[in-house]
Design a protein around this ligand. Structure first.
Ligand SMILES: C[S@@+](CC[C@H](N)C(=O)[O-])C[C@H]1O[C@@H](n2cnc3c(N)ncnc32)[C@H](O)[C@@H]1O
Length: 379
């Protein structure tokens, strides 16, 4: 039985471009030896850090805890070394498991095969020792094991999160192109949201930016409202420690905030969807959403920020998209003096049609899509 003094090695996965924010969030949980990787951050910490990284960090997708790292120059070596692991510290023969894989290797070219070898190694370990073995369940396993191969370096880890952490538990309805919650939180965290009177998403779609913003302003932990975390099924699960961490984080939730959070969308159906998600998140009293065309609107002489993700769907005719971006730029310039606007888009050509000079640019990836978050100071 391990206690809270045991130190583990972790890797937290995130979106490309959010690594630095994830690192600074992780630091606050007590994580040490933080290293920024591509789409991930590695760190060390005890069980408390593991629970807090899952519950309190807004910009990570999954937290993996290292089981073992070794060199393998062939699939046989991978199998032998994977088998030579104390799997009964992590799994019971009655449980089910799955293998997730990330493979970058000329030697282990076929990632499916490498995962299959690892699965066999685990199954054979149990059959040899107990005469029975855990079953494989790819949809809803009790335990998720992660295999990472870089060249000949193999790392086996336990997924401590389970369902990815962007599944906050409030989204029941999504729009056509909803932003991932982790990405939306990261976007808000890149803005200057301190000391503002209002926060406005004029093209709010299903309301992800608004909801994540409200949760940030109110200190609502990202894991608040989630059904479960994989670490609660771990053999070393510490119920008291987890409850203490959750209680302490939940105690910091603010009951009121001085910021007006407003959303609009041209599409009445999206407004309904946004309202539903906001109400699921328990934020109905803090966010107002209305049906409105943003173009031609104004809100002068109030200090606030506009954060939005206009359509960038490739299926929309480019002349229409360019006009929408141009009109958005004109509206911001004429109607939103003294505010700061942040536009997030994966349509880099369309962004040029905003026609304003960006004072800051952030490069982010929405999955494989190369995106920008551009900041415009309006005066
Ligand atoms: C990419 S989606 C936003 C997705 C949103 N961030 C989410 O997480 O669901 C863009 C939204 O802009 C809205 N929109 C397009 N033109 C608009 C306009 N002129 N005024 C207001 N909303 C507009 C669309 O209806 C769509 O819901």
């Amino acid at each position: 039985m391990s206690d809270n003094n045991d130190i583990y090695e972790f890797t937290a996965k995130t979106f490309q471009g959010l690594e630095k924010i994830s690192a600074s969030e992780l630091k606050k949980t007590g994580a040490e030896n933080i290293k920024i990787l591509k789409r991930a951050v590695s760190f060390t910490g005890n069980k408390e850090v593991m629970y807090r990284a899952n519950y309190e960090v807004r910009t990570v997708l999954t937290v993996l805890r290292k089981i073992k790292e070794f060199e393998a120059k062939s699939s046989e070596e991978l199998y032998e070394k994977a088998k030579n692991t104390e799997w009964d510290k992590y799994l019971d023969p009655e449980e089910s498991f799955s293998i997730d894989k990330t493979v970058y290797s000329h030697i282990h070219k076929h990632s499916h095969f490498a995962a299959l070898k690892t699965k066999d190694a685990i199954a054979d370990y149990f059959t040899g020792k107990y005469g029975k073995r855990p079953s494989v369940n790819t949809k809803n396993p009790d335990k998720k094991i992660h295999l990472h191969i870089s060249g000949t370096k193999c790392t086996l880890s336990s997924d401590t999160s389970g369902e990815p952490l962007f599944k906050r538990g409030y989204r029941s309805a999504s729009g056509v192109a909803p932003l991932n919650e982790v990405l939306a939180a990261g976007i808000v965290m890149l803005t200057d949201y301190k000391d503002i009177e209002y926060f406005y998403d004029p093209m709010c779609g299903s309301g992800t930016i608004l909801t994540e913003a409200a949760r940030i302003f109110m200190n609502i932990p990202p894991g608040y409202g989630r059904k479960d975390f994989a670490f609660r099924k771990f053999k070393d699960y510490d119920y008291r420690l987890w409850n203490k961490i959750k209680r302490e984080a939940d105690k910091k939730i603010k009951k009121e905030i001085p910021v007006k959070i407003i959303g609009t969308d041209i599409d009445e159906n999206m407004v309904k969807i946004a309202r539903k998600n906001i109400s699921n998140a328990g934020l109905r009293h803090f966010i107002t959403v209305k049906q409105k065309n943003f173009i031609g609107t104004e809100l002068k002489n109030r200090k606030g920020i506009i954060v939005t993700n206009p359509p960038y769907d490739e299926r929309i005719k480019s002349s229409d998209i360019y006009k929408l971006y141009k009109d958005t730029g004109d509206t911001l310039k004429k109607g939103y003096k003294n505010s700061t606007a942040y536009i997030f888009s994966g349509n880099l050509k369309a962004l040029k049609h905003i026609g304003l000079k960006a004072s800051q640019k952030y490069r982010l990836y929405n999955g494989k899509i190369d995106c920008r978050l551009l900041k415009y100071d309006l005066y």
